[in-house]
Structures are given as structure tokens and as C-alpha cells.
Design a protein around this ligand. Structure first.
Ligand code: ADP
Length: 412
């Protein structure tokens, strides 16, 4: 191709911009410069402010983008003769959104930003063409992104299933030796030597307490897999909410007294009787209260309230809120804490103990709460002004449950 031929440039511009009149093409051609680059030459550098638009006359280019810092570049598309690149950043006055590299020797027509703007302001047809090119590109980028997201979602769902399977296997594997251990400790405790020897007594108490804690975690793991399983059937019987909450509150009497935490319950008038699975709801509320105790410093307050509410348009239901004066939660964690094993902050820094301040846990409690709420056709969320261990802004966890669970049971 004769690089200086104006006819060649017009021919190429006609290929790139449909619908331009000959005089417009000629004017544009007059403002362009034909250049040849070797393979692997960077025409546009992602993130850079550059002032040139390119129309490929000959050769092949590749357009790629780094979606996230630290990630490898992803190829958006491959281009060739007639392709226009670098127009978006020119119109937007923004840094390049993608990198463009030549993959073979490439001949390109180059248009400087100021020349491009002059002709753009004179030719509505060119403007429309540029809009068309840009929209086509945005649309195909969107479609590609959606395809990528769907693919990633599929992988994530599979990973989630793997996680559930792992929890299930681990729980079953732990249960048998745990039962054996419990049996042996009980035998050991029945010996007079253990009963009369204070050291042995203390040791066996410690082992028993540890085994009970493991047992609780194993049970939580099994509950979680049960709730995550598609076969779960949620009972639909009247739930004695008031009794469940009162019993739970009473079961924490010793620890709240010990830690000087004031736990109050308030049932708003008109709190309806709902149908559901009392055992599951009991487990979910237990987790919310344990957490409120765990993340509230000594001397704090916890308030549990229930009230009638409307869930999504016309569905009547009940709202249960557990409000504490604890360390609070930053907004970035508000959704993630309901995922299995998700914990905020450095797990290694947690103290141990189920109800000690900031006592560690397996990170399954809130996943269980969300599973129970969803299985009932309800939902959970948290509101908190943020994490602050000086002023203790606190958190409020809300659980909405409809008057009756839907049929069939929704999946997690
Ligand atoms: P864990 O076993 O770690 O308590 P959960 O699933 O119950 O697991 O909670 C997940 C994380 O959510 C916790 O590690 C904690 O950081 C945060 N969290 C839960 N409840 C509260 C609360 N009431 N106040 C502040 N943070 C909370």
C-alpha cells in the first residue's frame, strides 16, 4: 500500500466510518498520518493520557485490559484492517481504558486529538459514527463481562458446594472420635481416684468442657449442611417466639451477670404468631445472642425486640432485632459476615471462649442464621455505624420471618 496516497487513506476511512460524505472523508484523510510499526508495539497504554486515534490499515492488533490490580491482562478482542482504536479516551478526556498492541507489523492512520475534535464538531455524521462504534464496543464488552460473570458464578457455586461437602465430611469424621472421647471421660470421672484428686478433677473438667465445645461446633456444622441441603424440610408449626427468646435470655443469665451485660427483651404489641420451625429459629436466635454477648464489652447492653412488620409488599411477618453496644462492624463486612467461615479481622488475634469478649468462633454462626431465615422465606441483615473499640457504636442484627414459610422450601 502506498503510504502517502490520499485515495488509500479515503478508502480506509470509508471502511472505518460508514456514511461519511466524500468531502468529509477527504478532509479527515488530510489530517491523518500513515505510520508503520513493528510487531509488539504498544499503540495505546492502559491508564495513560494519550492524544492519538488509530485506524488500522494493515496488520493485526490485540486489545487487552487489566480488570483488577495484580491480575493478568485479559484480551478483549483482536482487530485488523478498518478497526478504530483509541477513540474513547479522546472523547472522554480520560486515561486509556485498555491497551492496544500490534501483533504483526502494522500500518495505521493516526489522527491527533485536536484535528479529530475539529472534524468531529463539523461533521454530525462522523460524530454519529463514533457514537455507534463506541456503543457497539460497550455493548460487546458488557456481554463479555456478563458471560465472564456467569462463568465465575458457576465456579463459585461449585466451590460453595465443595465447602458444604467438606463441612459435612469433617463433622461426621469428628463426631465418632468425639463420642468415644466423651464416653472415656465419663468413665474416668466415675473413678473415685478422679473424684477425690482435685488435679485430676480439674483436668477431666477441662477435657469435658473442651469436648462439649467441639460437640457444639460439630453440631453447628451439621446444621449448616442440613440447611444448605436441598432436601431440607422446614416445619410449619406455630413458633412460640416469646418462650424461645425468654428461655434463651435466661440460659445466658450466668454469663451476662458475670460480664455485667444487661440483656433486655421487649415484645411490641401485635407481634404475630408465625408458623415455622421452632428448633431452627431457636438455633438462629441463639447465634445472634451469643454474638451480641461476644462482641460487646463487659458492662454493655443488649436489647432484643420483636414487632409486627411487612416483608416485601404484602407479606406480613415478624421482625426480630438484636441490638448491642459492642464493637460494631464496618460496612464492607455487612454482607460478607453471613458467608460460611467469614471472620472479621485477624483470626489469630481472637481470644478463645464462646462468650468471652471477642472470643473466637468458627465463623459459621451467621451463615446458619441466614440459612434459617432464607429457609423460612425471610432475610437477615446488620446495621452498624462501623467498627470502633473506643466508642463502641454497636450493631443491630435484624431477622425478618414471614407469617408462614413458603412452599416448597427455598434453597440456600
Ligand atoms: P464467629 O464464629 O466468628 O462468631 P459468625 O458467623 O457468628 O462467626 O460471625 C462472623 C463475624 O461477624 C464474626 O467473626 C464477627 O467479626 C462479626 N460479628 C458477628 N456478630 C457481631 C456483633 N454483634 N458485633 C460485631 N461483630 C459481629
Amino acid at each position: 500500500m502506498n503510504a502517502t496516497s490520499i485515495e488509500d487513506k479515503i478508502l480506509l476511512l470509508r471502511l472505518a466510518f460508514k456514511g461519511l460524505e466524500d468531502d468529509e472523508l477527504a478532509e479527515l484523510a488530510g489530517l491523518t498520518e500513515m505510520k508503520t510499526y513493528p510487531a509488539c508495539h504498544v499503540l495505546c497504554q492502559e491508564g495513560a493520557y494519550e492524544d492519538v486515534l488509530y485506524i488500522v490499515a494493515d496488520g493485526e492488533i490485540v486489545i487487552s485490559q487489566k480488570v483488577m490490580e495484580g491480575e493478568e491482562e485479559r484480551v478483549l478482542r483482536v482487530g485488523g484492517r478498518g478497526d478504530v482504536v483509541g477513540e474513547m479516551a479522546l472523547i472522554q478526556n480520560a486515561p486509556r481504558a485498555a491497551s492496544v498492541r500490534t501483533t504483526t507489523i502494522c500500518t495505521v492512520l493516526e489522527v491527533e486529538k485536536q484535528d479529530f475534535e475539529v472534524i468531529l464538531s463539523r461533521s454530525p455524521r462522523l460524530a454519529i459514527d463514533i457514537i455507534r462504534i463506541t456503543l457497539d464496543r460497550i455493548r460487546s464488552n458488557d456481554q463479555r463481562m456478563i458471560r465472564d460473570l456467569l462463568k465465575t458464578n458457576k465456579v463459585l457455586r461449585q466451590l460453595d458446594r465443595n465447602k458444604l461437602e467438606f463441612i459435612q465430611i469433617a463433622a461426621h469424621e469428628l463426631r465418632t472420635p468425639l463420642t468415644v472421647l466423651n464416653g472415656y471421660i465419663k468413665v474416668m470421672r466415675s473413678f473415685p481416684e478422679t473424684q477425690t484428686n482435685p488435679v485430676l478433677g480439674e483436668v477431666s473438667d477441662g477435657i469435658l468442657k473442651g469436648a462439649e465445645r467441639i460437640h457444639e461446633v460439630v453440631n453447628m456444622m451439621l446444621d449448616l449442611t442440613r440447611i444448605g441441603s436441598e432436601a431440607l424440610e422446614v416445619a410449619s408449626v406455630p413458633v412460640p417466639l416469646r418462650r424461645i427468646i425468654d428461655d434463651l435470655a435466661r440460659s445466658f443469665d450466668r454469663i451476662t451477670t458475670q460480664r455485667n451485660i444487661q440483656l433486655t427483651v421487649h415484645y411490641a404489641e401485635g407481634t404475630p404468631i408465625i408458623l415455622g420451625d421452632p428448633a431452627l429459629i431457636d438455633k438462629a436466635l441463639y447465634q445472634l445472642i451469643v454474638n451480641a454477648i461476644k462482641y460487646t464489652p463487659d458492662g454493655g447492653k443488649i436489647l432484643i425486640t420483636t414487632r409486627p412488620t411487612i416483608i416485601d409488599h404484602n407479606t406480613r411477618g415478624v421482625e426480630i432485632a438484636v441490638k448491642d453496644t459492642g464493637i460494631g462492624l464496618d460496612a464492607e463486612h455487612h454482607d460478607l459476615i453471613f458467608e460460611k467461615f467469614y471472620q472479621v479481622g485477624d483470626v489469630a488475634l481472637h481470644s478463645s471462649g464462646k462468650t468471652t469478649f471477642k472470643g473466637g468462633g468458627p465463623g459459621l454462626g451467621l451463615a446458619l442464621v441466614r440459612g434459617v431465615a432464607r429457609a423460612h422465606g425471610g432475610r437477615v441483615w446488620v446495621e452498624s455505624a462501623g467498627h470502633d473499640e473506643v466508642h463502641f457504636p454497636g450493631s443491630t442484627f435484624y431477622m425478618l420471618l414471614p407469617l408462614a414459610p413458603p412452599n416448597p422450601t427455598p434453597k440456600l
